[in-house]
Design a protein around this ligand. Structure first.
Ligand code: HEC
Length: 105
């Protein structure tokens, strides 16, 4: 009985770091998707003050998602964004919009 309790507790303790790792792997994945945007929109979506390209940090999720979908389906004309958004799945665009919405401006 004591050994079973010990094994159970040991198993739970060993599983906890795995769950934390899975969560941070997801976060890292979404962050790496968003990193594709930093060349033009600034690191973490914070563009420099004089930039002609808009900052993405803190942009409302729904607004950004609508723009990304419109670039992707061609209903919003663009110079580069129509091509960039075609490189991501609709789910990835949702993840990217969620990431930038959560970034401080
Ligand atoms: C090569 C430079 C470049 C990259 C990389 C880039 N963008 Fe853009 N982005 C632009 C430009 C330029 C515009 C203005 C529209 C156009 O001409 O394409 C724009 C416009 C936008 C807008 C519209 C902003 C508004 O105020 O309506 C959003 C949203 C956006 N980009 C998101 C992204 C996201 C998300 C990524 C990464 C997946 C990304 N961009 C990557 C250059 C870039």
């Amino acid at each position: 009985m004591k050994i079973q309790t010990f094994l159970l507790a040991g198993g739970l303790a060993a599983a906890a770091p795995l769950a934390a790792q899975a969560q941070s792997a997801d976060a890292l994945y979404v962050r790496s998707l968003a990193a594709n945007c930093s060349n033009c929109h600034g690191t973490s979506g914070r563009a420099v003050a004089t930039s002609a390209v808009p900052a993405l940090a803190g942009m409302p999720r729904e607004y950004m998602l609508r723009q990304l979908q419109a670039f992707r389906d061609g209903s919003r004309p663009a110079t580069v964004m129509h091509q960039i958004t075609k490189g991501f799945s609709p789910t990835q665009l949702e993840q990217i919009a969620g990431y930038f919405a959560a970034q401080p401006k």
